[in-house]
Design a protein around this ligand. Structure first.
Ligand code: PMV
Length: 343
């Protein structure tokens, strides 16, 4: 009988500031991206693994309930990961996972979920003396194979994924931490306005694919490269005006790419646009450096320095909450990255 080992990791979600949209090869990005790692929005995953004596078994429990529908994505992930670590395709795996953010809230759980699983697998590989490199780098490589953006979640604060001339050691295969940032960003706030709960109409996998043959694709990749360079400077100097300009440009360009895909699709809802306009008005009238960003969905991430929390939350409660489904929003902040937990 082979040893049964159990591991448990908590891993956060992240929100991209320069967006990854478009891929090549096996989960390699068409352009470099950078994200804030979040804190309260995270996944807690416990993995029990042992060498299989027959056909490898996979069981997935989400919030205590058996979830057959989650298996295909995880099986595909294990298959990809086992190219690097063949042992992974010979394991019986029991997965128990839960998210802090409400199920079907419209918040993508793939970044936190896939990074938590990758970290558990790396713990298993480490204890089996099979890990091929530094722990977090290997976790990032594996997480990427599950969901591209997940590779950035293994580091706290800010992480860069994708080769970029201004980031030493940057790579298409894994994320690296970006530590050269101004202190104002160390506890930046992200208030997530849930405009539309539930699953989105077009998955990000399909969306990435639609960049192939997209008439604006090359220009988009060029602009993302330039936005990375400018944003790194703004992050380093704490230039909030420039930060806001680039982050909002990225959010809108992401959605412009969706709207001009063939077939075209629109993930913004009327409430998304109304919120964006209100945020710009509020910023102008109050000189408070608040910005919006979007991921591949209708929800709006409101980003601002911690010292403006009270004013911004008052504004959210008074002016924006009416656009949120069921009046729901989540309060998060830049976080310190994953944590290994006792089982
Ligand atoms: O990791 P994926 O395949 O779910 O793609 C994520 C795409 C965006 O969230 C829109 C952007 C990003 O860089 O996270």
């Amino acid at each position: 009988m082979s040893a049964v080992r159990t591991y448990r990791w908590q891993s956060p979600s992240n929100i991209a500031l320069v967006k990854y949209w478009g891929k090549k090869g096996i989960q390699l990005p068409a352009n470099a991206s950078i994200s804030f790692t979040l804190d309260t929005c995270h996944t807690d995953t416990k993995l029990t693994a042992k060498l299989s004596e027959g056909n490898p078994q996979l069981n997935v429990h989400v919030n205590g309930q058996l979830k057959e529908s989650f298996k295909p994505k995880i099986e595909q992930f294990i298959e990809r990961a086992s190219v690097r670590y063949p042992v992974l395709s010979h394991l019986d795996l029991d997965l128990e996972t839960s998210n802090t953010f409400p199920h079907s809230s419209g918040i993508a759980s793939s970044a936190s979920g896939m990074s938590a699983l990758a970290l558990c697998l790396c713990s298993y590989l480490r204890d089996s003396d099979l890990l091929q490199g530094e722990f977090m780098q290997e976790a990032s490589i594996l997480a990427r194979l599950g969901s591209g953006s997940a590779c950035r979640s293994v580091y706290g604060d800010l992480a860069v994924w994708g080769e970029h001339k201004d980031v030493v050691r940057s790579s298409d295969e894994y994320a690296v931490p970006f530590t050269d940032f101004h202190e104002v960003f160390s506890d930046y706030r992200d208030t997530i306005l849930l405009v539309h709960k539930g699953t989105k109409s077009v998955s990000s996998t399909v969306g990435h694919g639609l960049l192939e043959g997209h008439p604006f694709a090359e220009k988009r990749f060029e602009l993302a490269e330039a936005n990375m360079s400018s944003l790194l400077i703004a992050l380093n100097s704490g230039d909030l005006d420039r930060f806001i300009e680039i982050v909002e440009d990225e959010a809108l360009m992401l959605h412009a790419m969706m709207m001009t895909s063939s077939p075209s699709f629109i993930l913004m809802e009327p409430g998304t646009v109304a919120i964006i306009k209100k945020i710009r008005e509020f910023r102008e009238q109050n000189a408070i450096p608040v910005a919006f960003t979007l991921d591949a969905g209708a929800n709006v991430h409101v980003l601002y320095p911690a010292k403006f929390e009270e004013q911004v939350l008052n504004f959210v409660d008074k002016e924006l909450v009416s656009y949120c489904e069921g009046g729901s929003y989540l309060c998060d902040t830049v976080g310190k990255g994953p944590r290994e937990l006792t089982c």
